[in-house]
Design a protein around this ligand. Structure first.
Ligand SMILES: NC(=O)c1ccc[n+]([C@@H]2O[C@H](COP(=O)([O-])OP(=O)(O)OC[C@H]3O[C@@H](n4cnc5c(N)ncnc54)[C@H](OP(=O)(O)O)[C@@H]3O)[C@@H](O)[C@H]2O)c1
Length: 243
């Protein structure tokens, strides 16, 4: 039985549908003490352990207000994201994807870092397999996810000595609104949510939560790029102990 989400406090962004909604349900199923469901629109949930938070991840005032409402947090799940078609001819499309998928998790993470340091908690970034290989129909999305993955790798190294773990989810095609109309094999959001929480439980830093991404897991874990990430992490100076 999985027990490590029992009595934990979890925050999920983009909690109202898709993978975010499944992550909320899975955390509750595992006995989480409190789940902060961060959404752009008003949100309610029948389980009294769910606390809604208004949070557009591109809105600095909302991020600040949300952070003041959370005084204890074990796991921050940066899940909110957007994906649109483009062909890289429109700079605004790239900026919009970076605003939500890169600067969103960046700003939310910085805002919640003090409580995560206190709990010696975990940050989970729902990235995408497109961090490794873009689908050229959605290049701005892929660029934003590659950047978010790289950010996760650096944050992981920078926070390791301070007791906060950083997990990147290299999610493959999942059956949500985001992939509607795209006729390829897809995992269910529920199975992805289970695999993500299992992997966080197991301390896996790069998470491959579905059959498509799983096919790349061994090669990634044992490859030259992962070895270089570890080598480079060794350059981070040790964090001085708290006075
Ligand atoms: N589905 C896939 O195949 C797949 C594959 C790889 C990675 N992912 C990643 O998984 C995450 C969840 O995707 P999904 O498939 O569940 O997509 P989804 O069903 O389209 O849900 C996206 C969620 O993100 C929220 N969101 C969008 N912009 C936001 C903003 N500015 N501030 C706060 N919330 C915002 C949406 O809220 P609203 O309802 O208010 O729009 C919604 O809750 C995303 O980061 C996505 O990139 C998905």
């Amino acid at each position: 039985m999985t027990i490590s989400f029992a009595d934990k406090t979890v925050l999920v962004t983009g909690a109202n549908r898709g993978i975010g909604q499944a992550l909320v349900e899975e955390a509750l199923r595992r006995g989480a003490k409190r789940v902060y469901a961060a959404t752009r629109q008003p949100f309610s949930h029948p389980d009294p352990r769910v606390t809604p938070l208004t949070l557009d991840v591109t809105n600095p005032a909302q991020i600040k207000a949300a952070a003041t409402q959370v005084d204890e947090l074990d796991v921050l799940i940066n899940n909110a994201g957007v994906a649109g078609y483009d062909d890289l001819s429109d700079r605004a499309a790239l900026e919009q994807h970076l605003a939500v998928n890169l600067f969103g998790p960046y700003d939310v993470t910085q805002a919640f870092l003090p409580v995560l340091l206190r709990s010696q908690g975990a940050i989970v970034n729902n990235v995408s397999l497109m961090a490794f290989a873009p689908l050229p129909l959605t290049p701005s999305y892929a660029i934003s996810k590659a950047a978010a993955f790289n950010m996760s790798q650096s944050l992981r190294a920078l926070l390791a000595g301070r007791g906060v773990t950083v997990h990147a989810v290299l999610t493959g095609p999942t059956d949500t609104d985001m992939t509607r109309g795209f006729e390829i094999p897809k995992a269910t959001p529920q199975s992805v949510a289970r695999a993500v929480l299992d992997a966080v439980d197991n301390g896996e830093e790069d998470i491959f939560p579905d059959p498509t991404s799983q096919a790349m897991a061994d090669e990634w874990h044992n490859g030259a790029a992962k070895a270089m990430e570890r080598q480079n992490a060794a350059f981070v100076p040790p964090h001085p102990p708290a006075a």
